[in-house]
Design a protein around this ligand. Sequence first.
Ligand SMILES: C[S@@+](CC[C@H](N)C(=O)[O-])C[C@H]1O[C@@H](n2cnc3c(N)ncnc32)[C@H](O)[C@@H]1O
Ligand SMILES: [Zn+2]
Length: 320
Amino acid sequence: MIQPPEVSLRCLGCGAPFPLAGDLASPAACPSCRRLFPRTTGGALITLPGEMMSAVVREVRDFWETGAQWRISNDLQGLPKGGYEVDDAPRLAETLLRVRGVEISGFLLDLGLAGRKALEIGCGPGDYSIMMADAGAQVVALDICPTRANSAAVGLRTLGALKEVRGAGVQGSAEQLPFDDAQFDLVFSNGVLHHTPDTPRAFREAHRVLKPGGLFLFSLYHPCSREFLVETLLIQGILQLRLFRYGRNWLGHSTEWTDAPGRRADRSLLRRFLFPRPNHNPVTRVYTLRAVRKLCDGFHSLCRLTPRRLDWLPAYLATR
Ligand SMILES: C[S@@+](CC[C@H](N)C(=O)[O-])C[C@H]1O[C@@H](n2cnc3c(N)ncnc32)[C@H](O)[C@@H]1O
Ligand SMILES: [Zn+2]
């Protein structure tokens, strides 16, 4: 069975708080200004429609909405492409750890999730949110793309057919979180906040919605990594002249991909060199530890969890 998490929303129209409660199938309404929040077919709540986004955030949404880097686990693990099957969810933690070779799933589970209220920012297809719900957290899976928030909502429901789940998918922006202050014990965000136009604002928002003492586990691209120095800077930036052709957002022209669905995302170096990706990501940046410290100014403490080696996507833990 699935129920909504016990979390208070904040209306982006008038600022009034109201519970993320009720029937996951019908629209929600702000009790103060009566603004209606529609839902996607899978039940995700839409809090920031396109007309309320800045032009660049809309561009970011459109980039991710058109299918870039969709479900990581699919190709590699034979998980179904069309959506989760009932028995996928319990395998997710193990799958994510094995497939992606990133420690962040391990760090996440080590935090002890049972009974915690967790927000995932930029949930993509929802893998981590489903994993957190499976570990007993009350989860809100948020993404700027309706289809991604929807995918997470469907995954959470699927898990809800197996066990008691408290979870919901919400479409909204990291830069204007649609939640009241101090709602979450944990905010989690993997590989997202270097793609949003105003990253400092997103960090302030994460801080705002965390309870005092709450944890922020996140990862951000790092320039001292093989992916950046060799594959991105040397090959794409210098040899393929992107650094000179595209100027400020040359990184957006060199990271991520918008290959047609079905094509393998991880192409060989030679193929990448010969056939550059046609589209570009509107926002991509890299952050040194010093820059991460600056982003976390308002937090009580910060540590880098991933050991210092040439890691493209190190994980950090900040305490509010
Ligand atoms: C690289 S994917 C990562 C997905 C997921 N966190 C994972 O690790 O598989 C980046 C995701 O962030 C979302 N995103 C980008 N900017 C956002 C914003 N301002 N607010 C919310 N989500 C955002 C994109 O739609 C996309 O799903
Ligand atoms: Zn309102």
